[in-house]
Design a protein around this ligand. Structure first.
Ligand code: NAD
Ligand code: ZN
Ligand code: ZN
Length: 443
């Protein structure tokens, strides 16, 4: 079995990994072969931290129709221990890491493979890369292990060693306060939180609140600049932006923090008035959100209204705070139909539901008449993590007060545990009885 430092490793040996067996709720910690380079674009990474995520729970609960065993996990921070032959100083015309990545470099891997070279990667929709593959499925072993194979590694990986090289914009920044445990949040949940917020705030239907121009003159390239003459001028209450976040697990907390960060800067740059309602049925999750907000609040929050609420209180506030109109936007960060139903209930006509929850096969809980009658817009789906990295990295640096610590009541990361505790941690996380858990495969 592989132990100790990379130099002493026998990469042909065995390693420990968290494994899931069908049909559901069956986690085992087992010895499996260390992954090998099988494609020239591969890298092998020695995992220093691996996250346990709400998305792992969909497989854990047997909701993903997976019928063979697998190595779990898709949130990975580690160190490169082997590179395929595509990596060499003269590699040109390819993503930069093919010529610059070295054995020993510290890296974060997004939860899916993205080549960096296809149409979808070039345009920024990296989660729909033509080579996209999720870590932690039967065909691509995941990161809750001592080692992991990263396909298309020159496009997929984010190198922290290269961060302060010339041209990155971070050359003169002090990154010494960036903690190792916070880096794992870049693999998935922080970019996903940023994505949930941006998808709502960049939607043309919220443009009137941001720009003060009525629809459709709010800022789209086709909209022109001349508002029509039919309506009265926008009133202050028309411009108040009300947003609900549905679900306050680790991803919902990241979404709320990212949302508040953007709203606060819009408040100072253009006087935006905003209010945010953060909703979860579980008291422990609400308490964590409130404790985190209190830390942010005392530091540098904007003056917008913010409250943490149960489902019933959230519905009531969404109506009370908006004279019955409802929220302009809802971030759905749960992944079940009860959350989508709630999002639909609290969104106002011409509102937007930005859904990052992973949904399963059952039909959506709305019919054609429902969606017609509210002119509601929906955006669903996977976060293009690789594209969101720069923005998420900025939020990570700024918010080390909540992302940087482990185990305090205002830390997002609750604890770092050995792989041996996986069975227990999956059980606790499944019930919402713990927050974000990280595995250190070497303790
Ligand atoms: N789109 C993406 O790329 C992406 C990336 C990461 C995670 N996800 C998904 O995001 C979701 C959240 O992840 P997480 O790790 O925070 O999960 P989690 O299971 O820890 O948290 C979900 C929270 O939603 C709450 N909840 C359940 N029903 C609710 C309802 N009706 N209204 C309000 N809240 C409700 C639960 O109490 C829980 O606190 C999951 O579906 C996960 O798979 C998606
Ligand atoms: Zn995840
Ligand atoms: Zn691609």
């Amino acid at each position: 079995m592989a132990t100790g430092k990379p130099g002493a490793l026998d990469l042909a040996g065995m390693q420990r990994a968290v494994r899931w067996y069908p049909p559901a709720y069956d986690i085992r910690v087992e010895a499996v072969p260390i992954p090998q380079i099988i494609d020239p674009d591969d890298a092998i990474v020695r995992v220093t931290l691996a996250g346990l995520c709400g998305s792992d729970l969909h497989i854990y609960r047997g909701h993903e129709d997976v019928d063979s065993d697998l190595t779990c996990g898709h949130e990975i921070v580690g160190e490169v221990v082997a590179l395929g032959p595509s990596f060499h100083p003269q590699a040109s015309g390819r993503p930069e890491l093919y010529s610059t990545l070295r054995v020993g470099d510290k890296v974060v891997s997004p939860f899916t493979v993205s080549c960096g070279e296809c149409h979808f990667c070039r345009i920024g929709f990296t989660c729909r890369c033509v080579h996209s593959c999720l870590f932690g499925i039967p065909t691509l072993p995941g990161g809750q292990a001592q080692f992991v194979r990263i396909p298309k590694a020159g496009g997929t990986l984010f190198s922290l060693s290269a961060l302060q090289s010339p041209g990155t914009g971070l050359v003169n920044q002090d990154l010494s306060h960036l903690t190792e445990s916070s880096l794992i949040l870049l693999a998935d949940i922080l970019p996903t939180g940023v994505f949930a917020a941006m998808q709502a705030l960049q939607h043309p239907k919220v443009a009137p609140m941001l720009t003060g121009k009525p629809y459709p003159f709010g800022g789209n390239v086709l909209a022109g600049t001349t508002p029509g003459q039919a309506s009265a001028a926008l009133q202050p209450e028309d411009r108040t932006l009300t947003i609900a976040v549905v679900g306050l697990g680790p991803v919902g907390i990241c979404a709320t923090i990212s949302l508040l960060d953007i709203l606060t800067s819009l408040e100072s740059s253009q006087g935006l008035v905003y209010q945010v309602i953060a909703i979860d049925p579980l008291e422990a999750r609400r308490k964590k959100m409130q404790a985190i907000y209190n830390v942010i609040d005392s530091a540098e929050n904007g003056s917008g209204r913010f409250t943490v609420a149960s489902i019933e209180d959230g519905k009531r506030l969404a109506a009370d705070w908006t004279s019955g109109a409802g929220c302009n936007a809802v971030l759905e960060v749960v992944g079940n139909n009860s959350a989508l139903t709630l999002a639909y209930e609290v969104v106002r006509p011409f509102g937007i539901i930005s859904s990052v929850g992973v949904h399963q096969e059952p039909p959506l809980p709305f019919n054609g008449r429902d969606v017609y009658n509210k002119n509601v817009s929906f955006d669903f789906g996977r976060c293009p993590v690789r594209a969101m990295f720069p923005i998420a990295f900025d939020v990570l640096l700024k918010r080390q007060d909540v992302f940087g610590s482990v185990g305090t009541n205002s830390s997002l990361v609750e604890k770092v545990v050995p792989l041996d505790q996986a069975v227990e941690m999956y059980k606790l996380f499944d019930k919402g009885d713990c927050g974000k858990i990280l595995f250190n495969p070497w303790i």
